[in-house]
Ligand binder design. Structure first.
Ligand SMILES: *Cc1c(COP(=O)(O)O)cnc(C)c1O
Length: 423
């Protein structure tokens, strides 16, 4: 654990109580798929630091690129100035994201990228003299971030809407699609969505979805067919489609972007997390020429956002390097390799009485328990087993760095199975 009481006494951790008795482990260093704790123990990481660290920690190529950039400049303001890292990253993103997405707004975190996307949608309709289109449709079990607008489109229960009900904008929620990934979409799922669009479209700026994988709201993989139809319905009812690819982007689901499973492009797309290969915080909101032109031609004629650390050169350098690293490998076969091993390994869990469901997509493996896990005990058991796996609620899941080898992934999977069989 840690011999330093400063953390316990003064620092908040994500979604935690200051008085929490849950263990917090001090990490001394990290390399490849291993964390080294202050006490010398080594843990294999199963979380990629929440989807981000796709090439592993302390990567020689990433380090060299950042060291070289830091000698030129770590940061300059982006108002009235630009720089090579931002230009290079922009060329890459325009090239690898779906074709109509050509205009990019950089920000510092996923939640802010979602705020920016929602602002873009509202400004777009405002510029088209339809200021009454300012609401958003979202799915139950969605997660889009922790700032207020992002929270307003996240699941009302897990997003604690009751606590913030006087400040949160009321948005419109549709049941999450029951149709699983790999299945055709059942008509009931689409009917739900279409009825909602029909009823509310005149007040709706956009439909916001996590494509294919609902992440922090439940780790649910849904039908690509649903996404395809959702796109068509947005067009039919004149509503923008915002895809939040913050968790799914950069290969995690087996496609570079999850919307490719449905062969569709959104009007606005948010990316973050693995964008910098987990090195630094950076996010982006991408949109079409039509939307940017419309905003330019409306009032006030500018897009109203501008973060202090917008397009930070170090973060942009990390992103360019990470994307180059990813694309220089046969990443798709690699994700298939991880998917195959997760599928065969985790399938052993389904026979346990305490397990409700097992599902795998790309480099994401999920075991859904029947009851919420005991966080303290399960975390200690995992650390004891030499792995870093962090469940939430009923969900225990693995999303390892893409560089993980067969033996280390086996250890992760077997530790998960052993710990589940004891809990
Ligand atoms: C993590 C996440 C966010 C929020 O990103 P932050 O960088 O934590 O603000 C938004 N949407 C999705 C789908 C995410 O997984």
């Amino acid at each position: 654990m840690n011999d330093n009481n400063t953390d316990k006494e003064h620092i908040w951790h994500p979604y935690s109580a200051m008085s929490s008795d849950l263990p917090v482990y001090e990490v001394e260093s990290a390399k490849g798929v291993y964390l080294t704790l202050k006490d010398g123990r080594k843990l294999i990481v199963g979380m990629s630091s929440w989807w981000c660290m796709i090439h592993g920690y302390n990567h020689a190529v990433m380090n060299a690129a950042l060291e070289s950039q830091i000698k030129k400049m770590s940061h300059v303001m982006f108002g009235g100035l630009t720089h090579e890292p931002a230009i290079n990253l922009t060329k890459k993103l325009v090239e690898i994201t779906p074709a109509p997405l050509e205009k990019i707004f950089y920000s510092d975190s996923g939640s802010v990228a979602v705020e920016v996307a929602m602002k873009m949608a509202i400004q777009y309709w405002h510029a088209k003299s339809q200021p009454n289109k300012y609401k958003f449709i979202s799915l139950r079990s969605a997660y889009h971030g922790d700032t207020f607008a992002a929270m307003s489109v996240s699941d009302p229960e897990t997003g604690m809407h009751s606590l913030f009900k006087d400040v949160l904008k009321k948005q419109i929620f549709v049941a999450q699609p029951a149709s699983r990934f790999g299945e055709k979409c059942n008509p009931h799922d689409l009917d739900n969505l279409e009825q909602t669009l029909k009823q509310h479209a005149k007040n709706v700026a956009g439909l916001i979805l996590e494509p294919i994988v609902q992440g922090a709201g439940g780790m649910w993989f849904y039908s690509a067919d649903y996404l395809k139809h959702a796109k068509a319905l947005c067009e039919k009812y004149n509503v923008l489609l915002i895809l939040d690819e913050i968790a799914t982007g950069f290969g995690r689901t087996g496609k570079l972007f999850a919307c490719e499973h449905a062969d569709i492009a959104p009007d606005i797309m948010c990316i973050g997390k693995a964008l910098t290969g987990g090195y630094l915080t950076l996010a982006a909101t991408l949109t079409t020429c039509d939307i940017s032109n419309t905003i330019d031609n409306g009032k006030p004629g500018v897009f109203m956002h501008g973060p202090t650390f917008m397009a930070n050169p170090l973060a942009c350098t990390a992103a360019v390097t990470s994307i180059e690293l990813l694309l220089s490998t046969d990443w798709q076969s690699n994700i298939e390799r991880i998917q195959a091993q997760l599928t065969s390994g985790l399938s052993k869990c389904i026979k346990f009485d305490n397990v409700h469901d097992v599902r795998v997509l790309g480099a994401i493996g999920v075991v859904e328990m029947k009851q919420p896990v005991n966080m303290k005990k399960i975390t200690e058991d995992f650390v004891e087993a030499g792995v870093w796996i962090r469940p939430f609620g009923k969900l225990i899941y693995l999303m390892p760095p893409y560089i993980i080898n067969h033996d280390d992934l086996d250890i992760l999977i077997n530790s998960l199975i052993n710990v589940i069989s004891k809990n």
